[in-house]
Design a protein around this ligand. Sequence first.
Ligand code: DO4
Ligand code: MG
Length: 279
Amino acid sequence: MSFRLYRTSAASFVQTADGFHKLSPSFQIDALFASDHPVSLLADFVAKAERISGLDANVPLLAPMGSQEIWAAGVTYLRSRTARMEESKVAGGDSFYDKVYHAVRPELFFKATPHRVAAPGTPVRIRGDSRWNVPEPEVTLALTSHGRIFGYTVGNDMSSRDIEGENPLYLPQAKVYDRSAAIGPSLLVTADELPKETRIEIDIRRGAASVFSGHTTISQIKRSFTELAEFLFRDNTFPVGCFLMTGTGIVPGDSFTLNSGDEIRITIAPIGTLMNPVG
Ligand code: DO4
Ligand code: MG
Protein backbone atom coordinates (compact mmCIF):
# COMPACT_ATOMS: atom_id res chain seq x y z
CA MET A 1 0.00 0.00 0.00
CA SER A 2 1.56 3.33 -1.11
CA PHE A 3 0.20 6.85 -1.03
CA ARG A 4 1.61 10.07 -2.41
CA LEU A 5 0.59 12.80 0.02
CA TYR A 6 0.54 16.43 -1.19
CA ARG A 7 -0.15 19.58 0.81
CA THR A 8 -1.54 22.94 -0.27
CA SER A 9 -2.76 25.83 1.86
CA ALA A 10 -6.35 24.69 1.13
CA ALA A 11 -6.15 20.95 1.87
CA SER A 12 -4.10 17.78 1.81
CA PHE A 13 -4.43 15.40 -1.14
CA VAL A 14 -3.48 11.80 -1.74
CA GLN A 15 -2.67 10.10 -5.02
CA THR A 16 -3.18 6.34 -5.12
CA ALA A 17 -3.20 3.85 -7.98
CA ASP A 18 -6.87 4.75 -8.57
CA GLY A 19 -6.57 8.51 -8.65
CA PHE A 20 -6.64 11.60 -6.47
CA HIS A 21 -8.44 12.10 -3.16
CA LYS A 22 -9.05 15.27 -1.17
CA LEU A 23 -8.67 14.59 2.55
CA SER A 24 -11.03 15.91 5.18
CA PRO A 25 -9.93 19.12 6.97
CA SER A 26 -9.53 17.05 10.15
CA PHE A 27 -6.41 15.44 8.62
CA GLN A 28 -3.23 16.74 10.30
CA ILE A 29 0.12 15.67 8.90
CA ASP A 30 1.68 15.79 12.39
CA ALA A 31 -0.71 12.99 13.41
CA LEU A 32 0.97 10.63 10.92
CA PHE A 33 4.36 11.24 12.52
CA ALA A 34 2.96 10.70 16.02
CA SER A 35 1.09 7.52 15.07
CA ASP A 36 2.25 3.93 15.61
CA HIS A 37 0.43 3.01 12.39
CA PRO A 38 0.81 5.94 9.97
CA VAL A 39 0.08 3.91 6.83
CA SER A 40 -3.26 2.61 8.12
CA LEU A 41 -4.11 6.03 9.59
CA LEU A 42 -3.70 7.58 6.15
CA ALA A 43 -5.57 4.68 4.50
CA ASP A 44 -8.55 5.41 6.78
CA PHE A 45 -8.58 9.07 5.70
CA VAL A 46 -8.30 8.06 2.03
CA ALA A 47 -11.25 5.66 2.39
CA LYS A 48 -13.43 8.58 3.54
CA ALA A 49 -11.98 11.17 1.15
CA GLU A 50 -13.65 12.97 -1.75
CA ARG A 51 -12.50 11.70 -5.20
CA ILE A 52 -11.16 14.48 -7.42
CA SER A 53 -9.89 14.53 -11.00
CA GLY A 54 -6.39 15.78 -10.13
CA LEU A 55 -4.39 18.49 -8.44
CA ASP A 56 -5.07 22.05 -9.57
CA ALA A 57 -1.82 23.13 -11.21
CA ASN A 58 -2.57 26.76 -10.25
CA VAL A 59 -2.55 26.02 -6.53
CA PRO A 60 1.02 25.97 -5.22
CA LEU A 61 2.22 22.99 -3.23
CA LEU A 62 3.54 23.33 0.30
CA ALA A 63 6.41 21.24 1.61
CA PRO A 64 4.89 17.90 2.69
CA MET A 65 5.66 18.47 6.36
CA GLY A 66 4.09 19.67 9.60
CA SER A 67 6.19 20.89 12.49
CA GLN A 68 9.05 18.43 11.98
CA GLU A 69 12.75 19.27 12.18
CA ILE A 70 14.90 18.12 9.28
CA TRP A 71 18.16 16.37 10.16
CA ALA A 72 20.77 15.07 7.74
CA ALA A 73 23.37 12.36 7.40
CA GLY A 74 26.65 13.02 5.63
CA VAL A 75 29.41 11.16 3.82
CA THR A 76 27.21 8.12 3.26
CA TYR A 77 28.23 7.74 -0.39
CA LEU A 78 31.81 7.38 -1.69
CA ARG A 79 31.35 10.37 -4.00
CA SER A 80 30.58 12.68 -1.07
CA ARG A 81 33.64 11.43 0.86
CA THR A 82 35.96 11.99 -2.10
CA ALA A 83 34.62 15.44 -3.04
CA ARG A 84 34.82 16.62 0.57
CA MET A 85 38.33 15.28 1.05
CA GLU A 86 39.40 17.33 -1.97
CA GLU A 87 37.64 20.55 -0.91
CA SER A 88 39.09 20.44 2.65
CA LYS A 89 42.62 19.20 1.85
CA VAL A 90 44.34 22.59 2.02
CA ALA A 91 42.77 23.26 5.42
CA GLY A 92 43.87 19.81 6.67
CA GLY A 93 40.29 18.60 7.13
CA ASP A 94 40.37 15.75 4.62
CA SER A 95 41.10 12.88 7.03
CA PHE A 96 37.89 13.61 8.99
CA TYR A 97 35.72 12.74 6.00
CA ASP A 98 37.65 9.55 5.31
CA LYS A 99 37.37 8.50 8.96
CA VAL A 100 33.64 9.16 9.21
CA TYR A 101 32.96 7.24 5.99
CA HIS A 102 34.49 4.13 7.58
CA ALA A 103 33.50 4.69 11.22
CA VAL A 104 30.68 2.85 13.01
CA ARG A 105 29.10 6.16 14.05
CA PRO A 106 27.68 8.08 11.07
CA GLU A 107 27.83 11.82 10.59
CA LEU A 108 24.46 13.32 11.57
CA PHE A 109 23.70 17.01 11.72
CA PHE A 110 20.78 19.34 12.25
CA LYS A 111 19.56 20.82 8.95
CA ALA A 112 16.36 22.86 9.18
CA THR A 113 13.23 23.85 11.00
CA PRO A 114 10.05 24.26 8.90
CA HIS A 115 10.50 28.01 8.42
CA ARG A 116 13.88 27.42 6.71
CA VAL A 117 12.40 24.99 4.17
CA ALA A 118 11.58 25.99 0.57
CA ALA A 119 8.34 24.54 -0.78
CA PRO A 120 8.32 22.89 -4.22
CA GLY A 121 8.61 25.54 -6.93
CA THR A 122 9.85 28.25 -4.56
CA PRO A 123 13.44 29.52 -4.37
CA VAL A 124 16.21 27.89 -2.40
CA ARG A 125 19.00 30.29 -1.46
CA ILE A 126 22.74 30.77 -1.70
CA ARG A 127 24.34 32.45 1.31
CA GLY A 128 25.47 36.02 0.69
CA ASP A 129 28.95 35.23 2.10
CA SER A 130 29.62 32.15 -0.03
CA ARG A 131 30.94 31.79 -3.58
CA TRP A 132 30.84 27.99 -4.15
CA ASN A 133 27.45 26.30 -3.79
CA VAL A 134 25.79 23.07 -4.80
CA PRO A 135 22.48 21.32 -4.30
CA GLU A 136 22.62 17.86 -2.72
CA PRO A 137 19.86 15.51 -3.96
CA GLU A 138 18.99 13.12 -1.15
CA VAL A 139 16.42 10.47 -0.30
CA THR A 140 14.74 11.91 2.78
CA LEU A 141 13.13 9.66 5.36
CA ALA A 142 9.95 10.43 7.28
CA LEU A 143 10.33 9.00 10.78
CA THR A 144 7.65 8.55 13.41
CA SER A 145 8.18 9.75 16.96
CA HIS A 146 9.39 6.19 17.66
CA GLY A 147 12.00 6.37 14.93
CA ARG A 148 10.23 4.12 12.44
CA ILE A 149 10.51 4.88 8.72
CA PHE A 150 7.04 5.30 7.23
CA GLY A 151 7.69 7.50 4.23
CA TYR A 152 10.08 9.07 1.80
CA THR A 153 10.41 12.42 0.10
CA VAL A 154 12.92 14.11 -2.19
CA GLY A 155 15.33 16.40 -0.35
CA ASN A 156 17.78 19.09 -1.40
CA ASP A 157 20.51 19.73 1.18
CA MET A 158 21.90 23.03 -0.18
CA SER A 159 25.56 23.34 0.74
CA SER A 160 28.25 26.04 0.68
CA ARG A 161 31.36 24.12 -0.30
CA ASP A 162 33.83 26.96 0.29
CA ILE A 163 32.65 27.50 3.87
CA GLU A 164 32.67 23.80 4.77
CA GLY A 165 36.00 23.30 2.96
CA GLU A 166 37.67 26.13 4.86
CA ASN A 167 37.10 24.34 8.16
CA PRO A 168 34.83 21.35 8.97
CA LEU A 169 33.75 23.19 12.13
CA TYR A 170 31.95 25.66 9.86
CA LEU A 171 29.54 22.88 8.81
CA PRO A 172 26.47 24.44 10.52
CA GLN A 173 27.05 27.68 8.60
CA ALA A 174 27.59 25.83 5.33
CA LYS A 175 24.37 23.89 5.84
CA VAL A 176 21.86 25.85 7.93
CA TYR A 177 20.48 29.18 6.74
CA ASP A 178 17.18 30.49 5.39
CA ARG A 179 15.85 28.32 2.55
CA SER A 180 18.84 25.98 2.70
CA ALA A 181 16.57 22.93 2.44
CA ALA A 182 13.77 21.88 0.11
CA ILE A 183 11.57 18.79 0.28
CA GLY A 184 8.73 17.47 -1.84
CA PRO A 185 6.79 17.41 -4.07
CA SER A 186 5.01 14.55 -2.26
CA LEU A 187 5.53 12.42 0.81
CA LEU A 188 5.41 8.77 -0.25
CA VAL A 189 3.72 7.02 2.68
CA THR A 190 4.30 3.29 2.42
CA ALA A 191 4.91 0.10 4.36
CA ASP A 192 7.40 -1.00 1.69
CA GLU A 193 11.10 -0.20 1.48
CA LEU A 194 12.30 1.75 -1.53
CA PRO A 195 13.93 -0.76 -3.90
CA LYS A 196 17.76 -0.56 -3.95
CA GLU A 197 17.72 0.17 -7.68
CA THR A 198 15.67 3.35 -7.12
CA ARG A 199 17.38 6.18 -9.01
CA ILE A 200 18.13 9.64 -7.66
CA GLU A 201 18.48 12.04 -10.57
CA ILE A 202 19.40 15.70 -10.81
CA ASP A 203 19.33 18.20 -13.64
CA ILE A 204 20.40 21.83 -13.21
CA ARG A 205 19.21 24.23 -15.89
CA ARG A 206 20.55 27.67 -16.69
CA GLY A 207 18.14 29.25 -19.16
CA ALA A 208 17.48 26.60 -21.79
CA ALA A 209 20.73 24.69 -21.13
CA SER A 210 21.42 21.84 -18.76
CA VAL A 211 24.62 22.82 -16.91
CA PHE A 212 24.88 19.71 -14.77
CA SER A 213 23.09 16.40 -14.62
CA GLY A 214 23.84 13.23 -12.73
CA HIS A 215 22.30 10.18 -11.20
CA THR A 216 22.94 7.46 -8.69
CA THR A 217 20.96 4.68 -7.03
CA ILE A 218 20.18 3.90 -3.43
CA SER A 219 22.31 0.74 -3.74
CA GLN A 220 25.42 2.97 -3.64
CA ILE A 221 24.82 4.13 -0.06
CA LYS A 222 27.31 2.82 2.55
CA ARG A 223 24.83 2.55 5.42
CA SER A 224 21.26 1.36 5.77
CA PHE A 225 18.42 3.82 6.32
CA THR A 226 17.47 2.04 9.56
CA GLU A 227 21.03 2.37 10.87
CA LEU A 228 20.96 6.13 10.25
CA ALA A 229 17.55 6.44 11.95
CA GLU A 230 18.69 4.37 14.91
CA PHE A 231 21.71 6.63 15.55
CA LEU A 232 19.58 9.77 15.21
CA PHE A 233 17.15 8.58 17.88
CA ARG A 234 19.85 7.67 20.41
CA ASP A 235 19.23 9.89 23.45
CA ASN A 236 17.25 12.27 21.24
CA THR A 237 13.46 12.57 21.27
CA PHE A 238 11.20 13.76 18.46
CA PRO A 239 7.62 14.19 19.78
CA VAL A 240 6.28 14.87 16.26
CA GLY A 241 8.77 12.69 14.43
CA CYS A 242 11.27 14.17 12.01
CA PHE A 243 12.79 14.02 8.54
CA LEU A 244 16.25 12.65 7.88
CA MET A 245 18.14 13.44 4.66
CA THR A 246 20.33 10.42 3.93
CA GLY A 247 23.32 12.01 2.19
CA THR A 248 24.29 12.77 -1.35
CA GLY A 249 25.83 10.44 -3.90
CA ILE A 250 26.04 13.17 -6.54
CA VAL A 251 28.46 16.09 -6.31
CA PRO A 252 29.25 18.19 -9.41
CA GLY A 253 32.90 18.72 -10.39
CA ASP A 254 34.89 21.41 -8.57
CA SER A 255 34.44 24.03 -11.31
CA PHE A 256 30.67 24.03 -10.87
CA THR A 257 28.78 26.46 -8.68
CA LEU A 258 25.10 27.36 -8.65
CA ASN A 259 24.02 30.77 -9.92
CA SER A 260 21.00 32.78 -9.00
CA GLY A 261 18.30 31.96 -11.57
CA ASP A 262 19.34 28.31 -12.02
CA GLU A 263 16.58 25.71 -11.83
CA ILE A 264 17.25 22.54 -9.83
CA ARG A 265 15.21 19.44 -10.67
CA ILE A 266 15.64 16.37 -8.50
CA THR A 267 13.70 13.24 -9.42
CA ILE A 268 13.07 10.07 -7.46
CA ALA A 269 10.42 8.45 -9.63
CA PRO A 270 8.15 6.93 -6.95
CA ILE A 271 7.97 10.34 -5.23
CA GLY A 272 8.12 12.80 -8.12
CA THR A 273 10.29 15.74 -9.21
CA LEU A 274 11.25 18.46 -6.76
CA MET A 275 11.91 21.69 -8.67
CA ASN A 276 13.28 24.82 -7.06
CA PRO A 277 14.79 27.90 -8.67
CA VAL A 278 17.81 29.46 -7.00
CA GLY A 279 16.82 32.83 -5.55
O1 DO4 B 1 30.25 16.25 5.87
C1 DO4 B 1 29.51 17.13 5.58
C2 DO4 B 1 28.15 17.01 5.03
C3 DO4 B 1 27.98 15.83 4.13
C4 DO4 B 1 26.68 15.81 3.41
O2 DO4 B 1 25.82 16.65 3.54
C5 DO4 B 1 26.44 14.71 2.47
O3 DO4 B 1 27.29 13.82 2.29
O4 DO4 B 1 25.36 14.68 1.88
MG1 MG C 1 24.09 16.34 2.19
